[in-house]
Design a protein around this ligand. Structure first.
Ligand SMILES: Nc1ncnc2c1ncn2[C@@H]1O[C@H](COP(=O)(O)OP(=O)(O)OP(=O)(O)O)[C@@H](O)[C@H]1O
Ligand SMILES: [Mg+2]
Length: 247
């Protein structure tokens, strides 16, 4: 599904954030990326989100080189990925309901879809009773659950969560990981980064350890070595059609 092929990222000041990283992620995997501060975790996610381009190597999504996509196809690609960040990034003057609804409006969904889906996803993250609370009225854990609801409401294929529990206490951290696990059980691929190995140690899922921009350890390395590689670096009409197909 996602294939990082010998990806390196060097910044202008010559710091090497990623150094020849190859990773294959299959549909419906739950992958945790751990490593010290500066190990390259966020940079890796930026490569997948196409927020930055690799200095060397390629990133393929279903065999399409995402860094060659034109604007419209890039928008379609990004719509397949939901994001969650450490600092929640909610709109402060909108309620939980409105924050989630806003993401659906931006994706062109109808009022009927919004009215039916928003309460449903907020229920899924156990916020059915806080639909009309503003972010300032919510705890950190609750804010992160709104952010997760917003990330999943347009039914992405992948959720990317960069340190989603970084600002949370252990109880809320546990809840957020359990919610991500539930979303994964429902069929969504999860890619999570964390400093805190403790929170994922009992998950029994794949863990990739980053060190100085390299993959130092992968609990499921056979997945990577089973890579059959991309068919081609350019976009075929078939894969282009896949990327623009309506859900
Ligand atoms: N825009 C940038 N310009 C220059 N160097 C950068 C830039 N972004 C990241 N780096 C460097 O790349 C390396 C990896 O950074 P990255 O943010 O990926 O680490 P991280 O593993 O996410 O760390 P943390 O756990 O603190 O979030 C660091 O040495 C960092 O200083
Ligand atoms: Mg980071």
């Amino acid at each position: 599904m996602l294939h990082l092929d010998k990806v390196s990222k060097k910044y202008k000041d010559r710091s090497i954030a990623l150094d020849n990283v190859s990773i294959l992620i299959k549909p419906k995997e739950f992958v945790s990326i751990v490593g010290h501060s500066g190990a390259g975790k966020t940079t890796l996610l930026k490569m997948i989100l196409a927020e930055e381009s690799p200095s060397e190597g390629s990133v393929f999504y279903e065999k399409i080189n995402i860094h060659t996509l034109k604007k419209r196809q890039m928008n379609d690609y990004r719509r397949r990925i939901g994001t969650v960040f450490q600092d929640f990034r909610l709109l402060p003057d909108k309620t939980a309901y409105e924050n989630v609804a806003f993401a659906m409006e931006a994706a062109g969904r109808t009022d009927e879809e919004i009215a039916s889906d928003v309460p449903h996803v907020l229920e899924l993250v156990d916020l059915g009773k806080k639909l009309h609370s503003f972010p300032y009225q919510l705890s950190g854990g609750e804010k992160q659950r709104v952010a997760i609801a917003r990330a999943i409401v347009n039914q992405p294929d992948v959720i990317i969560a960069d340190e989603p529990t970084g600002n949370l206490d252990p109880v809320n951290t546990y809840d957020i990981i359990q919610i991500l696990k539930k979303i994964n059980d429902l069929g969504t691929t999860i890619i999570l980064t964390t400093h805190n190995n403790g929170i994922i140690e009992h998950l029994d899922k794949r863990v990739i350890t980053m060190q100085n921009g390299k993959v130092a350890h992968d609990t499921h390395p056979e997945v990577t070595s089973a890579s059959n590689g991309p068919a081609s670096a350019s976009m075929s009409s078939q894969s282009s059609a896949n990327l623009t197909r309506k859900k």
